[in-house]
Design a protein. Structure first.
Length: 146
């Protein structure tokens, strides 16, 4: 989600994601290893490098990301046939619901757009969460508040 929100501003360093999302750097590395293998993100090496979405945000469903992150098979097994039937039906409904929501849907929410406009005011912006000062430029189409 962090990449989708900041994708137009350029590559996002993993350290920024770690600090802004309050996730340890080692866990961010694990997450991005899975995301890279699935083609959901692509890296840009060197100074000013980082990660961007590997596909358009409109083509990445929330279900795809959740399924990828849950691919270690750690789901709890049901204890009875009734439990299995209930969970199978529930899982199917949740999957269908989440498949209809994309990363772009969240990034386009008015409250997200308003926060981005505040964040990108001027030539530099400060992350509302961690306070880090970034020099990535304002994304095209963003209106700087007067």
């Amino acid at each position: 989600m962090h990449l989708a929100i900041h994708n137009q501003a350029g590559a996002v360093p993993l350290a920024e994601i770690s600090v802004c999302q309050n996730i340890s750097m080692s866990y961010v590395d694990q997450i991005f290893w899975k995301l890279r293998r699935a083609g959901l993100v692509r890296g840009t090496p060197g100074p000013g490098g980082g990660y961007r979405l590997g596909r358009a945000a409109e083509s990445i469903s929330i279900a795809e990301v959740i399924t990828l992150m849950d691919s270690d098979g750690s789901r709890q097994r049901s204890s009875s046939e009734l439990d299995q039937a209930v969970w199978r039906d529930l899982s199917s409904r949740i999957e269908a619901f989440l498949s209809g929501i994309t990363i772009a849907d969240f990034a386009a929410r008015p409250e997200i757009r308003a926060a981005l406009e505040r964040q990108y005011a001027g030539s530099q912006w400060r992350c509302d969460v961690c306070g880090a000062l970034a020099t990535r430029t304002q994304p095209p189409g963003m209106n700087s508040p007067a």
